[in-house]
Write a protein of this length. Structure first.
Length: 453
């Protein structure tokens, strides 16, 4: 942003200071206005938005700290620099606690004035850029302009201001982790860690150690003490994905942490206090799990302080074109190829599919099409299964003969195929799961099932 696009307001009852600031800042290219009273300055700021306010602490009507307080109460407060004489520096420091960005002491030179104004505006621009980047990271591919997505983003904006526990529900593949990340990065804990853990991807006896840590010698193989994920997330957010898979015997221990704010490592004696916001997600009906006795009712209510349901893709089909283009751009970038367009036939095909796997299935389908497509425009044919079993017309009589000793089990075939895909993807599990047409959690479970490291 150029200097001319910045508007600066100077509030000072001394004519000489007003004249100096006005002349110096205007010559520097800033749109500058001056006021001689606090009330006059507040009126000027209300009449037209300002980016930067230089305000004297000692004013004839209301003091500078009162002006600062009222400016800070606005929805989009400006950056404020206090003007002070040396004896009132302590007051200026109090003003910085209220929200002032900096202070400048009288008398000051034109160079000092230009420097402090430029630095404040540059820092403010950097802060806005960082905020925008956090928002982009937070919302990730929560792409869509449909009414359900607008409501979801509105809910996230409100709930992110709270520190209450949140239960995110929705079908598999709808983007529940993206909602959790949005809640974290839009909230007051945005600069602290966001730590995700998939409760369904760890075996029962390891999950407790992952969450709470363990001391050396706590169990066979615990040769060193381990810091748990609650401590890793201290000050930030712990995201428990697939919380419905949490073993029943571990649920009271999690409940105790939520009640007391303390954790005890496996095999340990002493407890440690933690400050963690908990966000959980599930595609299961936890109310039914409570009724069935597989999930504790008291834990359910602790997790379900605020509930957010993520809409299924079939309930927001108007978002499919935006999502498709977004995923195609990302897939093309990962595949190191030029931009890939989607023609009308392909878009119509995409909009007519059931997408039982929701956004994740759509993303996987587009990534496969981008990787396999010969041209730079995807057509409906690029999304048709190639060489899949359901489109194979080979009969049992045509199948090649083999002795029983040479035949592999379905598990063996699946294990070999997973290994081939992982090798082709350089071990990247996200990419491998996309090619295999399964989600990451399913891939992790199969890796454990087949003993693949």
């Amino acid at each position: 942003m150029s200097a001319a696009q910045h508007r600066i307001l100077v509030i000072d009852d001394e004519r000489g200071i007003r004249s100096l600031c006005g002349d110096v800042l205007r010559r520097a290219g800033y749109d500058t206005e001056v006021a001689e009273t606090g009330k006059g300055g507040l009126s000027a700021a209300a009449a037209k938005p300002v980016d930067l306010v230089l305000c004297d602490i000692n004013l004839p009507d209301i003091d500078g700290l009162q002006v600062l307080t009222q400016l800070m109460e606005r929805d989009t407060p400006p950056t404020v620099i206090l003007i002070t004489a040396y004896p009132s520096v302590d007051t200026a420091v109090r003003g910085m606690k209220i929200g002032a960005r900096d202070y400048i002491t009288k008398p000051f030179t034109p160079d000092e004035l230009r420097m402090v104004a430029q630095r404040a505006l540059e820092e403010d621009a950097l802060r806005r850029e960082n905020r925008d980047l956090r928002e982009e990271l937070a919302y990730g591919n929560l792409v869509g302009e449909s009414e359900p997505m607008a409501e979801l983003r509105s809910t996230i904006a409100v709930v992110s201001r709270s520190d209450a526990n949140v239960l995110v529900t929705g079908e598999s593949g709808t983007g529940k982790e993206l909602v959790a990340r949005a809640l974290h990065y839009q909230g007051v804990r945005s600069t602290a860690p966001f730590v995700p853990v998939n409760c369904g991807a760890l075996v029962d006896n390891l999950l407790e150690s992952e969450l709470f840590g363990h001391v050396r010698g706590a169990f066979t193989g615990a040769e060193q003490a381990k810091r748990g994920l609650f401590l890793t997330a201290n000050g930030g957010t712990l995201f428990l994905d697939e919380v419905g898979e949490l073993p029943l015997q571990l649920q009271p221990k999690l409940l105790r942490v939520l009640q007391d704010g303390e954790i005890k490592p496996v095999g340990g004696v002493d407890s440690t206090r933690v400050d963690v916001r908990l966000i959980a997600a599930t595609n299961r009906d936890l109310s039914k799990a409570v009724a069935d006795g597989t999930f504790r009712e008291d834990l359910f209510y602790r997790l379900n302080v605020i509930a957010i349901e993520v809409p299924a893709l079939r309930d927001r089909r108007d978002d499919i074109p935006l999502l498709a283009e977004y995923f195609a751009d990302r897939a093309a970038l990962r595949a190191r190829r030029g931009r890939v367009d989607i023609d009308d036939t392909a878009m119509a095909w995409l909009k007519n599919q059931a997408w039982h796997g929701n956004v994740r299935e759509l993303e996987n389908a587009i990534e496969r099409a981008v990787v396999l497509a010969a041209g730079n425009t995807l057509t409906a044919e690029d999304f048709q299964p190639r060489g899949s079993f359901e489109h194979t017309s080979v009969t049992t009589e045509q199948a090649p003969a083999a002795s029983p000793d040479e035949m592999l089990s379905l598990d063996d075939i699946e294990r070999i195929h997973i290994l081939r895909v992982l090798k082709a993807c350089g071990g990247q599990k996200t990419k491998a799961s996309a090619i295999l047409g399964i989600n990451r959690t399913t891939l992790w479970k199969k890796l454990r099932q087949y003993g693949i490291e």
